[in-house]
Write a protein that binds this ligand. Structure first.
Ligand code: ARG
Length: 574
């Protein structure tokens, strides 16, 4: 709403003597009250007056001063309503002018946001937590980038730890028994599971595994390093195929192993800060002094046998990221089950009095569950759920729906991929991230209701109207628009005007659902408007038609942009 809010704030500033930057406009409680509201509470407090009196006084002063904007005092609020023709003209021209950059800006110019997302473990397919992290993180990357931030997406692959000792031994023993050619990721999973079993029961295996991990940690080149490197490559190839399908590319793939050379210096640094203690032979940082809730759970950084831990590697990663990127925010898109871990990391920084500790945020999220809230396991592969399988299932299902609805569509296969993925992605981003997500294909693949396909369908419908207008060479195409014809499109126009505010809220809260809910509301408003016979676009009186065409075009633009920020395609036809 920046077009009008700056004018309004300037006028308010003039009459209150306060700087415009100190004044804040809000959304009115009820859209019927106006398009923007100014709460008078703070001002009233300062002036030792009642808020409604301040509102009434300001309303009187502002009356007639703002062209095309009416001001009313309602209790403690000032409400502003923009005349529809003015709103339409300004807002639609703004979208037209800024196109793909609409709603974005240079808020983030000179600022860097680091986003740690997806971060699966090698030798295993991504589990459901990684799926959500991938989708949420990729959307946040796009949202921040739209606002002009430099975004550094990092894939913190789990490629280090004692379990790789076991895997190496399993490879030595059973490599020939599993199919590592056709489906290497599943072959590795098989070996990984066998090694877990053997570690429980086979002492010889245990000894070999410990020795292999020590060999790996020593940094020496040789058989163990080579096997480990090979496992990493095979796994990454599998992950990359999935990322490609989702249109995702991290700026950096830095597994835990990447921080290996930084582990010793990190431990030195923490020790030098004087915050470490030895507890039962292990190196720990006590955290109760900075976070009472962590009194009983110190952060363990080095085991008595000298090995480091997940937290050590994450701490090394944090210092490295801070030094390399001087981030404005460093987001960890990781499931809620790691809450304690990230709280501990932050607390360690606080104990070390690092002023930037507050810039580190755990962007946590709920679980992905099957219908009836049961754990989902993929049918084909036993206990683990493979992201690729999920995508395949959704795409197959989307293909059926398209076959049913639009059998003559030329680009069926491509659209099925876009819709299947779009449905999966939207399902994940639809509600606040902290809520659990139910994976119910039948529901989220429907073309009606609060679904991704519904949004894509609305976009395609707008595209189809524009195609028809052009095919018919409608006289409205060359006409000067009469924006009075959009008197009844106020809600759509206000919504379009607020797109940038929504993108900013999504970034501030690291919450893509701000955007997904917005898009649903916009699509619903537009669909309703289109069904009203008086809003006929094609073949109406030219000046009115021109205004409606502009609305259709810009609503389509905003829908498409929003879908793009969520990580979804916006098909022209489906
Ligand atoms: N690989 C970890 C896991 O699968 C997630 C890593 C998240 N990122 C981080 N910097 N700790 O649980």
């Amino acid at each position: 709403m920046h077009l009008f809010s700056s004018t309004i704030l300037a006028a308010l500033s003039k009459h209150t003597g306060l700087a415009a930057s100190a004044l804040k406009l809000e959304n009115p409680r009820d859209a019927a009250l106006g398009d923007l509201a100014f709460p008078c509470f703070l001002l009233a407090k300062e002036r030792k007056q009642a808020p409604p009196a301040v509102a009434a006084e300001l309303a009187a002063k502002l009356a007639g001063e703002l062209e095309g904007i009416t001001v009313t005092a309602t209790g403690p609020y000032l409400n502003f309503r923009i005349a529809r023709p003015l709103l339409a003209r300004e807002v639609l021209a703004d979208v037209e002018r800024r196109g793909a950059r609409y709603g974005g800006g240079d808020d983030g110019s000179g600022k860097t946001v680091v986003i740690d997302y997806s971060s699966p473990n090698i030798a295993k397919p991504m589990h459901v937590g990684h799926i959500r992290s991938t989708i949420l993180g990729a959307s946040l990357v796009r949202i921040f980038r739209h606002l002009g931030y430099r975004v550094v997406g990092i894939n913190h692959i789990g490629d280090w730890g004692a379990q790789f000792g076991g895997l190496v031994v399993a490879l030595r023993r059973w490599k020939a028994q599993v199919d590592l050619e056709r489906d290497p990721v599943m072959g590795l999973l098989d070996l990984y599971q066998r090694s877990k079993e053997a570690l429980k029961s086979d002492e010889q295996f245990q000894r070999e595994a410990v020795a292999a991990y020590q060999e790996l940690e020593s940094g020496r080149e040789g058989e163990v390093r080579e096997l480990w490197r090979w496992v990493t490559e095979v796994s990454l190839r599998g992950f990359n195929a999935t990322y490609k399908r989702l249109g995702i590319a991290h700026e950096h793939v830095r597994g835990e192993s990447w921080y290996e050379p930084l582990l010793a210096p990190t431990l030195e640094r923490v020790k030098a800060a004087g915050v470490t203690e030895i507890s039962e032979g292990a190196l720990v940082v006590m955290l109760g002094a900075v976070d009472k809730g962590l009194k009983e759970t110190p952060c363990l950084l080095q085991q008595s046998n000298g090995t480091t831990l997940y937290a050590t590697r994450d701490l090394a990663a944090l210092f490295s990221r801070w030094e390399e990127f001087t981030f404005e925010r460093c987001l960890y898109v990781v499931g809620g089950e790691q809450k304690l871990h990230f709280r501990q990391l932050k607390a360690v920084l606080q104990r070390m009095e690092q002023s930037w500790a507050a810039r580190v945020e755990h962007v946590d999220f709920g679980m992905l569950l099957g219908p009836g809230r049961v754990k989902i396991a993929s049918r084909k592969r036993g206990e683990v759920l493979v992201l690729d399988d999920l995508i395949d299932e959704c795409v197959e299902e989307a293909a059926k729906v398209i076959e049913d609805k639009n059998p003559s569509l030329a680009t069926k296969a491509q659209v099925a991929e876009q819709v299947g993925i779009g449905a999966l992605v939207f399902n994940d981003l639809k509600r606040e991230r902290i809520k659990d997500v139910i994976f119910d294909k039948r529901e989220f693949l429907a073309f009606e209701g609060d679904t991704g396909p519904y949004l894509q369908y609305t976009h395609a419908r707008l595209a189809s109207i524009l195609r028809k207008v052009h095919a018919a060479n409608d006289p409205a195409l060359g006409a000067a628009p009469d924006f009075a014809a959009l008197e009844n499109a106020g809600e759509i126009l206000v919504r379009i005007a607020k797109f940038g505010d929504v993108v900013r809220a999504a970034a501030a809260k690291a919450e893509p659902s701000e955007l997904s809910q917005y898009l649903l509301a916009l699509a619903r408003d537009v669909s309703t408007w289109l069904t009203q016979p008086e809003n006929k676009v094609l073949g109406s009186q030219p000046a009115a038609g021109a205004a409606r065409i502009a609305l259709v075009r810009q609503a389509k633009c905003v829908l498409g942009l929003g879908l793009g920020l969520l990580g979804m395609a916006a098909p022209e036809e489906m």
